[in-house]
Design a protein around this ligand. Structure first.
Ligand SMILES: *[C@@H]1O[C@H](CO)[C@@H](O)[C@H](O)[C@H]1NC(C)=O
Length: 834
């Protein structure tokens, strides 16, 4: 009832705002407001560590502009330098954990990289400062702190570089000196969209010490209490290969000194492995410092559009205040409910969430797409997967498309530093609690990639740098492949919150509408919630994405349609049945649950219960978007779809024999038959909130979840039932191991069903309480033991496995800790069922 009421408030407000019912100058005022929000938001999000594939890399959200990054490594022997220099996050670096302990996209934060291989911990304290017109200033304090047991004379080289990938200029302001630069190093430049700027790389405090003088003669030539500097011209498409560029310089210098002094009198590695000082014009600029023991220095970027430049003092002050405000805001946004209110979960929570935000990147470049294969989304013939394989063996059919750009978070910095559709909706659930404006920008960035047919490629591998991390056979995208449409989760949440904000605001609405459009409509502190507070802005946003969203919705329905009538299936609707394209006998990668057992062999008559559920979820969401912006005909159509989908979930996918939801296929007798493997797939209608609270089937789902011989473990729900014949077999990726995204959905649903009066309320509430604790405790314990969040957790032991530093959806534990400890037995209904 509550939901109906608020929905009507939204509808009334939205009617008030329809152009034509408001005065022209108010329309104009709204446009100024939308533009102003967009402008201020763009500036606020301009800079960031938006190269999350690196341990530390900075760029603005402007394609083909400037990229910067940090490298370091110890230089105490000749042999190992090629292994010790760090740049891109690599599992093989064997870090003892790394990432952001605190981070906010608008103010910055603090990262620690624990590097036992180099006996040092590197800290990067990154800060953004508002000011001027072009995204303001930023600064980063780089600190090296030797780890326990490090040699007292530990020698570390640190390299910072800036490269231009497009138009613009950058040049050194210091007096060139072949022996190296004295004092702070200053670069000045200018880039379209950023204007003029300067970058200072400071000397740092007097506690910094150069290494011992090893080879006196060479020291006179190139004293290391100075900064080495090298500028050069690099083709735009190679600027990202900074480590190769560095090594070319190190090698040149090494060969030069070897020739000069002879093999027997060669200077020590920390002198020999320095970059040659060169001062030509160039688009790539690199500075190198060599220290003994701990060190600290600042990199300060100042936009010339601000009155005063960025300084070390400002950086120091902002590091202090940012840390305090992060902690306060975090406690307000994600208060931890018992038993996780104990202090030991605090750093864990900060760390997981900060790494999710700190993993946000800006990507740009071409993608590889094969549009020659199955142009009409076929896969209709027997053995169609063999054809698919043949098509994949023809790399010449794949063509680069684009370039396009994407602002997104990522599943994992070392292993998956790129956008994944299936993951992104989960990432944005915690992100949206923190910053809805940021979330909406990311959603919009994704939705703008929906093509003319409505297709949104599931994996965004944009540009050569991103492609360098992906084996070639996985680079090509196919325009008939789908993926779970998780971004719709986020839009549903946006509308929920919008209704909540607007119903609280009530009558003040009209007053708001009458306001003149002054320039100081809001301060940038209000950005995170600005679209919730300004209904006009929210609706404008929804209108702007609606055409692509709608096309994408109909693309799923059409391209992944399943056959109901052709196989004489008995179902309420002859339309609402779907089949993932892109199957092979062992895999259904497009479903996201890669190796989860499905029909064997694949069949064109298959129907997938998870996909029907996803489309059900999409339908409920897009219906609400359409209602909010007054697309009434669409609302009526979506309501019919929604009703039919719920009917068909039971008609097509409930197995009386197995008492669970199952995929369907065509058996040897050419009859429709269920394919039942209990696990995540068989509870999808539950996971996506498509079951009625009084349904007996809900009771069966809860029984399945609760059974320790099936899905229940002390560490979370298993992906496949322990009783299934495929449990723990083969690749064992989605055949048992515990995944946090699905456990989050289960916990969320148990909370909802546990708070609604009904025959299964008590059971749901009890399971909720236990599952919530099991999941968080296990992820926490693994983090304590290893310093990492993991991609998945073993179904028998709970041990984290596969990709380490998986701070995509595993960070949903932050939201889970924020949920109530228990459900009260008689609770007010939260909201009508979807
Ligand atoms: C903000 O940035 C987006 C994406 O780059 C761009 O499309 C939009 O026009 C910008 N808005 C303003 C007001 O500059």
């Amino acid at each position: 009832m509550m939901a109906k009421l608020t929905l009507s408030i939204l509808a009334v407000c939205s009617a008030l705002l329809t152009p034509g019912t408001t005065a022209t100058n108010a329309d104009n005022g709204q446009w100024i407001l939308f533009n102003e929000i967009s402008r201020v938001s763009n500036h606020s999000l301009m800079w960031g560590p938006y190269r999350p594939n690196l341990y530390f890399g900075v760029k603005p959200r402007i394609p083909k502009s400037m990229i910067a990054g940090l490298m370091w490594g110890k230089v105490d022997d000749f042999a190992s330098v090629s292994q010790t220099v760090r740049h891109a996050c690599e599992q093989s670096d064997d870090m003892a954990g790394y990432g952001w302990d605190e981070y906010d996209v608008r103010t910055g934060g603090h990262q620690v990289i624990r590097d036992p291989g180099n006996s040092i911990d590197i800290h990067t304290e990154f800060i953004k400062v508002e000011g001027g017109e072009n995204g303001g200033h930023w600064g980063v304090r780089v600190k090296g702190i030797p780890r326990t047991g490090a040699p007292v004379d530990l020698k570390t080289m640190v390299v910072f570089y800036v490269g231009l990938e497009g138009l613009g200029s950058l040049s050194l302001q210091n007096e060139p000196d072949e022996r190296g630069l004295v004092g702070d190093v200053t670069l000045e430049g200018s880039i379209p969209q950023l204007g003029e700027f300067k970058i200072d790389i400071t000397v740092g405090p007097s506690t910094n010490k150069p290494p011992q003088i090893g080879h006196e003669k060479y020291w006179n030539e190139k004293p290391l209490d100075r900064t080495s500097y090298r500028s050069l011209k690099v083709p735009a498409e190679d600027v990202w290969k900074a480590k190769d560029i560095l090594f070319m310089g190190l090698r040149d210098n090494f060969l030069k000194v070897k020739e000069k002094y002879g093999e027997s009198n060669i200077p020590p590695p920390w002198q020999a492995f320095t970059i040659p000082n060169t001062f030509g014009l160039g688009n790539f600029h690199m500075v190198q410092k060599v220290f003994e023991g701990g060190f600290e220095f600042d990199i300060l970027y100042s936009s010339a559009s601000a009155l005063t430049p960025m300084t070390t003092d400002i950086l120091t002050e902002k590091i202090r205040t940012a840390s305090k405000s992060f902690a306060d805001r975090f406690e307000n946004t994600f208060p931890r409910e018992p038993p996780f209110n104990a202090p030991r979960y605090r750093q864990f929570a900060h760390n997981f969430f900060s790494n999710l935000l700190g993993g946000i990147g800006h990507f740009h470049g071409t993608s590889i797409v094969d549009r020659t294969y199955a142009p009409e989304y076929e896969e209709e013939d027997e053995g169609f997967w063999e054809e698919a394989k043949a098509a994949q063996a023809r790399p010449d059919a794949a063509q680069p498309e684009g370039p396009t750009e994407l602002f997104t978070s990522i599943p994992s910095r070392p292993f998956f530093p790129r956008g994944f559709l299936w993951d992104e909706g989960f990432h944005l659930l915690p992100v949206s609690d923190w910053d809805m404006d940021l979330t909406l920008q990311i959603v919009k960035s994704w939705i703008s990639l929906v093509d003319e047919d409505g297709w949104l490629p599931r994996e965004q591998i944009l540009g050569d740098e991103t492609r360098s991390k992906v084996p070639q056979e996985f680079q090509t995208q196919y325009p008939h492949y789908a993926n779970p449409p998780t971004l719709f989760f986020v839009l549903t949440k946006f509308i929920d919150q919008l209704e909540e904000f607007q119903s609280k605001k009530g009558d003040s609405m009209n007053e708001h509408l009458d306001r003149e459009p002054p320039s100081n409509l809001f301060s940038s502190d209000e950005l995170p919630t600005i679209h919730l507070k300004n209904l006009e802005a929210a609706l404008e946003y929804l209108r702007s994405i609606y055409p692509n969203l709608r096309r994408n919705y109909f693309w799923y329905r059409q391209s992944q349609s399943g056959e109901i009538r052709g196989w004489d299936r008995n179902a309420y609707s002859k339309k609402e049945g779907y089949r993932w394209r892109g199957r092979t006998p062992e895999h259904c990668l497009t479903s996201g649950l890669d190796d989860y057992p499905r029909a064997r062999p694949p069949h064109t008559g298959e129907l997938h219960v998870d996909l029907l559920s996803w489309i059900g979820m999409m339908t409920s969401c897009i219906k609400r978007v359409a209602a909010a912006i007054g697309e009434h005909d669409d609302v009526a159509e979506f309501e019919q779809h929604e009703y039919a989908i719920k009917k068909n979930i039971d008609d097509l996918h409930w197995s009386e024999e197995h008492q669970t939801y199952c995929d369907a296929t065509i058996d040897d007798y050419e009859e429709s038959a269920h394919v039942c493997h209990k696990g995540y797939i068989s509870i999808f209608p539950f996971l996506l909130g498509l079951m009625e609270k009084d349904s007996e089937k809900l009771g069966k789902v809860l029984d399945l979840i609760a059974d320790p011989e099936e899905l229940w473990s002390d560490y979370g729900l298993r992906s496949l039932s322990k009783k299934d014949e495929y449990y723990g077999t083969g690749e064992n990726y989605w055949k048992g191991p515990i995944w946090i995204n699905i456990n989050y959905l289960a916990i969320q649903r148990l909370m909802e069903y546990g708070s609604k009066e009904g025959p299964y309320q008590k059971q749901a509430a009890e399971l909720y309480k236990k599952l919530r604790v099991n999941v968080v405790e296990n992820v926490y314990k693994n983090w304590e033991d290893t310093g990492y969040a993991w991609e998945q957790y073993d179904a028998e032991t709970g041990k984290g496995q596969r990709t380490a530093h998986f701070l995509g959806w595993t960070s949903l534990v932050v939201k889970i800790m924020n949920m109530p400890e228990t459900m009260s037995v008689v609770a007010a209904p939260l909201r009508d069922e979807l």
